[in-house]
Design a protein around this ligand. Structure first.
Ligand code: UDP
Ligand code: MG
Length: 330
């Protein structure tokens, strides 16, 4: 395996419009840094010609390696596939949409040279994102930190530069529902922030619609906290207090000969208690489902093809996929 100084890993889902500009900006900053580098572009089951464009970039620039997933596995697994293939001593994780500026790389490298193991981007502002996205993100990061036993820095994405030793540890972590920014925070060592303003997407639309975002949030919470499982104890206590009060009311009503009037309050109480029970069963289900999926022990993802220059490393990649997957799953 040829080592390079810097690997840049970019998961891409239908990013054909921005790919040329991404490559241009990444290459410019790497040229300025004057170190050997590779750019790993991961096609996570795109349908808009992203793969074909990646092949063109490969043919034009030997620093580019294109990796094709066998289908859409989602951002975190596409990124994980890229991370197991990265050969760099330092690895930059960045989205394809240029919301996070690659031009910060020299500064990030300097912080690593000064002794950091992880330099994570922390956004001070988010431009061009909907009010819903900004406020849900803000509340989500606060909630996660309340729940988690480990401190996960707020307002960070996956944009970060990590050292080889962090990468090796991350690649050994077997979980299927991956919340990579949290997993990196869990590793510890020297982690320092670098602040920046998050820009609008260069092109295209967000690939995180509400459904995917919710699933991602549940992955984060269930991976880093078991507190929701204990919620039933507190809710149970609260509702038993309410139940005692209601019992008091019933007795009073009985003495005042108003007993039959209680139909609506009885109905309300039943609805209230059963909805709490369903809510708690739902939380149990979220955890149990993830335990079941983890126990199945399937490979985390399947890589269809790896291309470098104009060489198709496909024959290797199917074995490679098994190797990386079992590497990520033991
Ligand atoms: N992405 C991916 N697979 C997915 C969804 C997203 O590889 O199933 C990539 C996407 O192309 C982008 C990155 O993950 O490079 C982050 O997605 P996006 O910018 O749409 O998320 P947002 O910034 O809106 O949260
Ligand atoms: Mg984005």
């Amino acid at each position: 395996m040829d080592r390079v100084h810097i690997s840049i890993v970019v998961p891409c889902l239908n990013e054909v419009e921005g790919l040329g500009e991404l490559h241009r900006r990444l290459s410019t900053v790497c040229a300025a840094v004057k170190e050997s580098h590779e750019i790993l572009l991961i096609d996570d089951g795109s349908t808009d010609g992203t793969w074909e464009h990646m092949l063109q970039l490969c043919a034009a620039d030997k620093a580019v390696r294109a990796v094709r997933m066998s289908r859409n596995f989602g951002h975190q697994l596409a990124l994980s596939a890229g991370l197991t293939l990265a050969r760099g001593d330092r690895v930059l994780i960045i989205d394809a949409d240029l919301q996070d500026p690659p031009e910060l790389l020299p500064e990030m490298l300097a912080l690593i040279d000064a002794g950091a193991d992880v330099v994570y981007g922390q956004r001070t502002a988010r431009e061009g994102e909907t009010w819903l996205k900004r406020s849900t993100a803000r509340w989500f990061y606060r909630l996660l930190n309340q729940l988690s036993e480990h401190r996960i820095p707020a307002d960070t994405g996956d944009f970060r530069l990590i050292t080889r030793r962090v990468l090796d540890i991350l690649n050994q972590m077997p979980e299927r529902h991956r919340y990579i920014r949290g997993m990196i925070a869990w590793i510890g060592l020297q982690q320092v922030p670098i602040t920046y303003q998050r820009k609008e997407r260069f092109a295209g639309n967000t690939k995180y619609p509400f459904g995917k975002m919710t699933k991602f949030a549940f992955d984060a919470i269930t991976s880093f906290s078991v507190k929701p499982l204990k919620l039933s104890i507190w809710l149970g206590l609260l509702t038993s207090i309410i139940a005692v009060l209601m019992l008091g009311m019933t007795i009073v009503a009985w003495f005042l000969d108003l007993a039959v009037v209680g139909w609506s309050s009885l109905f309300a109480a039943i609805t209230f208690f059963s909805s709490i029970q369903l809510f708690i069963i739902g939380i149990l289900g979220e955890y149990l489902g993830r335990v079941a999926e983890q126990l199945r022990g399937r490979p985390l993802y399947v890589i269809e093809q790896v291309v470098s220059g104009s060489t198709d490393l496909e024959a290797k990649s199917s074995r490679n996929a098994l190797r990386t997957e079992s590497g990520g799953d033991n």
